[in-house]
Design a protein around this ligand. Structure first.
Ligand code: TXA
Ligand code: MG
Length: 337
């Protein structure tokens, strides 16, 4: 199958809606990363997502809605706190986990009795969901395990020939996936299962917030995790990724300058001095680093890197999301200087 790339003009969205109504797959832009979408009410269509990505069957999908009516049709109960958070953060990069209704097939929920829901802050995505009239189940539109796609080109390089259509909405604004939360204490507090642009600090204005222990550590082999996606190797390019935590930049340069092999790159903030390794800059500010992280990881492959040392980001605000993804890309390899 030839994969077409179309800008989000009305005719392209009509075509996308037609494919989705027929049980097919379309890659769509969102403000976080590109998603690989199918009709969330159609089990066979959603099974196609798992095949195209090579995704493990027990890793559930997020469903994307364009209005709150779609939420009520997809879940059993909406806690009062969820409504307040929806008012504050939707449309936007916050995914909330609810008890699922019968409209959501087991394929979507990975056989859990819950479903993850978000409303993307992206006009073409909202327009398309509205045209379809059903929610779109959409994981990130990468091959399972590889860095998430933040441009139509990234999607094309992973899924060319596996899907009929990519809607090209340009580069994703945020660059890291949505914050995933579940409710605790009868819907009075929240637990962050995956950090994103809606930060713990922002959520704590509305509720007690716990950051799940698996956000910054490798889940133990024998423990049942709440969010199945966190247990897989993830976001990894072919190059070996190693995080370097450093207090002072001189120490960082000294360490990196001690590495003499070929094919080794340094992924840096852009303002470090004296580093001799070839470098990829992922951004001066925390927001830039989030925006550029996955493109920088993909770049290591384009350059044929065998290994890349990545300067550790800050661990607060949106930096928590960047650090969380990097830890997995690095298979938890961190060097502390
Ligand atoms: O920003 C995003 O969320 C992007 C865009 C496309 O919307 N989507 C995305 O989907 O990142 P995906 O499938 O790559 O990640 C979904 C995450 C996984 O870690 C999965 O385990 C978790 O959400 N998840 C989904 N449903 C869940 C559920 N019912 N309970 C717990 N975790 C769930
Ligand atoms: Mg993903």
């Amino acid at each position: 199958m030839d994969t077409e790339i179309l800008r989000p003009y009305p005719a392209a969205l009509d075509k996308a809606a037609e494919i989705l109504r027929g049980g097919g797959l379309v890659a769509i832009p969102t403000e976080t990363v590109y998603g690989l979408a199918a009709n969330a009410h159609d089990a066979a269509a959603c099974a196609g997502i798992f095949r195209a990505k090579g995704r493990p069957q027990d890793n559930p999908l997020i469903i994307h809605i364009s209005d709150t009516e779609m939420l009520y049709a997809s879940v059993k109960r909406v806690p009062e706190l969820a409504l307040r958070l929806a008012k504050a953060f939707w449309s936007g990069p916050l995914t909330m986990i609810f008890e699922k209704s019968d409209a959501i097939p087991d394929t979507v929920s990975g056989r859990l009795d819950t479903v993850a829901v978000r409303m993307p802050r992206c006009a073409p995505a909202l327009e398309l969901i509205g045209r379809c009239g059903f929610p779109l189940a959409a994981p990130s539109a990468n091959l399972s395990g590889s860095p998430s796609p933040t441009s139509a080109q990234h999607v094309f390089s992973d899924l060319n020939g596996r899907i009929p259509l990519i809607i090209d909405g340009g580069e994703c604004v945020t660059g890291v996936e949505s914050t995933v939360i579940c409710f605790e204490n009868g819907g009075r507090s929240v637990r962050i299962l995956r950090p994103g642009a809606v930060t713990a600090e922002m959520l704590s204005e509305y509720a007690d917030v716990t950051v799940d222990e698996n956000v910054f550590q490798k889940p133990a082999e024998d423990v049942k995790v709440i969010s199945p996606g966190v247990k897989y190797r993830h976001y990894s390019p072919r190059a070996e990724i190693i995080i370097v935590e450093c207090e002072d930049e001189r120490g960082l340069a000294d360490f990196l300058n001690g590495i003499k092999e070929k094919g080794v790159y340094a992924v840096l903030y852009g303002d470090e001095r004296g580093v001799e390794l070839p470098r990829i800059d992922y951004g001066v500010t925390a927001e830039e680093r989030a925006h550029n992280l996955f493109a920088a990881l993909r770049k290591t492959d384009e350059l044929g890197a065998s290994r890349a040392y990545v300067r550790c980001p800050e661990k607060t605000g949106i930096g928590a999301a960047v650090y969380n993804r990097l830890l997995r890309a690095a298979a938890f390899k961190v060097i502390k200087l």
